[in-house]
Design a protein around this ligand. Structure first.
Ligand code: G6P
Length: 606
């Protein structure tokens, strides 16, 4: 979380820093700030809240300067406020930071003893004072080497100096950082996206490295100060800034885009002419693998859960799934015949990245399923399988979830066929079915008007439940997560058969419960579980698939029916009404749908 921008130029920088910060708001939006150097003075402007507010202040103050750093914050140490907003400055330096300094309390005490006065509650402020302290007796470069050594934890840093209006220091440990090359100016940014409007020439810092950015030169160093060379990557030229168009919210647009993003992804992976899957870059023989581990966080983790059912159903692989923040600290027994798959929309999630690094350290075979192909996770993994769904801005993930499931499903069929677990006819019939998905997704979106009214009830619930069996269980988890994230309603997803072991005690008169019961092998059992909650007063929204057989159960409050495709594809369709449900519930309450409270899109801290 948190976004960093820096520019060293011969022209004024503040408006361009603000523009780049706006693109980084997906990383954090509780406060924002900027610092520039003008005539040997550090000028800071900071604001609680969004970049738009910051911009107004900057315009009012007419902030000058040809060198500057900017930051959008997602609070870790200290509540969101103007005082805790970055940059944090001493009388000598100004610092922007993404990450957590784990030994900040100890360092703060030492610095206070030396007379340094702290203004904020942040861990970052220690860096400003530490740099100031070392600068008294050291050159700039050796100050940076020594300070970085002192800091425990993870960070991406941008530092400017009162007496050096010619350079910015960038440093990375754990949190991503890119530099960009421009005409007579150079840049620092949390990612290339923030810099894309200014340059398409980018280098990425690796862990432990730092750099000195001047307007006409960028030098890179490893942790001990030995100079290193970095590859300069040429990114695609167009600055694909993603707009809302006629939509009021990105999330609404992203939900509606799903038929076309599914289609785009299918076009990338399916050779429609020969009715087969294109995964030519798969670097290993399939029979090498006996097991597969799928790892992710949040919504991405839910896509792994769904994939577990597909892979178990269609291949002979042992499948495990893991939440990245758990995996990285467990005593994992690494196996050479296992494929480790990391699923992440942003490709920057700190826990997922650390889990990948752990596998790489143990020389495991790794695959990344990501949306952002220039991300840290994509760069590190042996194989990258993009989900091709275009930029996702809404903090709560929607189209990326369907994209992640799609790629994992395609991977499962590919393994299945290569393992001869299914024959050619079955393989091609699965592919043919997949080609129907986008159209059914389009039809599902048309159920909108009905969900709008249902959302009004869920919005005001004290709590609610989402129940499902088989593939529908992870979708229940995802439905509950979306409602929590957007409408701040306490929601739990449960395997429908598990209700009687405790959660049933929570059901009371009028409690809204979503029962996901497509006409699959679990239908009858789930319908019985539904009756158990109805009998205890629940107001049931049933999500099922269309059928000529009538629904015989009584007292169901509302029913939503999606197309009955091949059972394996139903998770895609039943997700859509749940996304809409969360959206309309949040809309009813007037919440900020694209930027829910306390959350951030890219979580680059542990
Ligand atoms: C954050 C986002 C979620 C997302 C999760 C994992 O919590 O708000 O929407 O699912 O991070 O992100 P990733 O980029 O790794 O998929």
């Amino acid at each position: 979380m948190c976004g960093i921008v820096g520019i060293v130029s011969t022209k004024e920088v503040s408006s361009r820093i603000v523009n780049s910060l706006r693109k980084l708001e997906y990383r954090g939006y509780d406060s924002a700030g900027i610092a520039t150097i003008v005539e040997g003075n550090i000028n800071e402007v900071k604001r609680e809240g969004r970049v738009d507010f910051l911009e107004k202040d900057i315009l009012k103050l007419n902030l000058k300067g040809d060198i500057g750093i900017g930051h959008v914050r997602w609070a870790t140490h200290g509540k969101p406020s103007k005082i805790n907003a970055h940059p944090h400055s001493s009388d000598q330096v100004s610092v922007v930071h993404n990450g957590i300094i784990e030994n900040s309390t100890i360092l703060k005490k030492l610095l206070e003893k030396k007379g340094y006065i702290f203004k904020s509650q942040t861990d970052t402020e220690v860096i400003a004072h530490l740099v100031t302290d070392y600068l008294k007796k050291n050159s700039l470069k050796s100050t940076i080497i020594k300070v970085l050594k002192k800091l425990h934890g993870s960070f991406a840093l941008g530092i400017i100096f009162k007496d050096r209006n010619d350079l910015i220091i960038g440093a990375r440990r754990g949190s991503p950082l890119a530099v960009g090359y421009g005409p007579n100016e150079n840049y620092l940014g949390s990612d290339s996206y923030a810099l894309k409007s200014m340059t398409n020439k980018i280098s990425y810092l690796d862990d432990g490295e730092f750099c000195i950015i001047k307007k006409d030169q960028i030098e890179f160093f490893e942790a001990h100060g030995v100079k290193i060379n970095k590859k300069v990557l040429n990114l695609s030229k167009e600055d694909t800034y993603y707009e809302k168009g006629d939509y009021k919210y990105f999330m609404e647009k992203e939900i509606d885009e799903q038929p076309s993003t599914l289609n785009d992804c299918i076009n990338e992976y399916i050779d429609k002419h020969n009715n087969q899957i294109n995964l030519y870059n798969f670097p290993w023989k399939m029979n090498l693998f006996k097991s597969i581990v799928l790892i992710g966080c949040g919504t991405a983790y839910h896509s792994c859960l769904v994939a577990k059912y597909w892979i178990e159903q269609n291949t002979s692989l042992d499948v495990s799934i893991d939440i990245a923040s758990e995996f990285r600290y467990r005593k994992v027994r690494f196996k050479n015949d296992c494929l480790y798959v990391f699923v992440s929309q942003s490709g920057e999630t700190a826990d997922t990245y650390a889990a990948l690094e752990l596998c790489k350290k143990n020389k495991m075979k790794t695959c990344a399923v990501v949306n952002v192909v220039e991300s840290s996770i994509a760069r590190e993994a042996d194989l990258v399988l993009p989900i091709y769904c275009g930029q996702e801005i809404g903090v709560a993930s929607t189209k990326a979830f369907l994209g992640q499931m799609l790629v994992l499903y395609i991977l499962s069929i590919k393994i299945s066929f290569d393992q001869k677990f299914i024959n050619k006819h079955e393989y091609q019939s699965k592919i043919k079915n997949l080609l129907l998905l986008s159209n059914s997704a389009k039809k599902t979106l048309k159920l909108d008007h009905k969900i709008l009214n249902i959302g009004k009830v869920f919005a005001h619930a004290k709590g609610c439940m989402f129940l499902g069996r088989g593939y529908s269980f992870p979708i229940a988890l995802e439905g509950a997560l979306k409602l929590k994230e957007l409408a701040y309603v306490h929601a739990e997803g449960y395997p429908a058969g598990e209700m009687k072991h405790g959660p049933l005690a929570l059901i009371e008169e009028g409690m809204p419960v979503v029962v996901i019961a497509p006409r699959d092998d679990h239908y009858k059992k789930t319908m019985s579980n539904m009756q158990e909650v109805i009998a205890r007063g629940a107001k049931v929204l049933l999500i099922t698939t269309k059928s000529k057989d009538e629904i015989t159960s009584e007292n169901i409050w509302e029913i939503i029916e999606v197309d009955q495709l091949n059972n394996e594809l139903i998770p895609f369709l039943i997700t859509i009404p749940l996304q809409k449900l969360a959206f309309y519930s949040a809309l009813e309450k007037g919440y900020d749908i694209d930027k829910p409270r306390n959350l951030a899109k890219s979580v680059t801290v542990e």
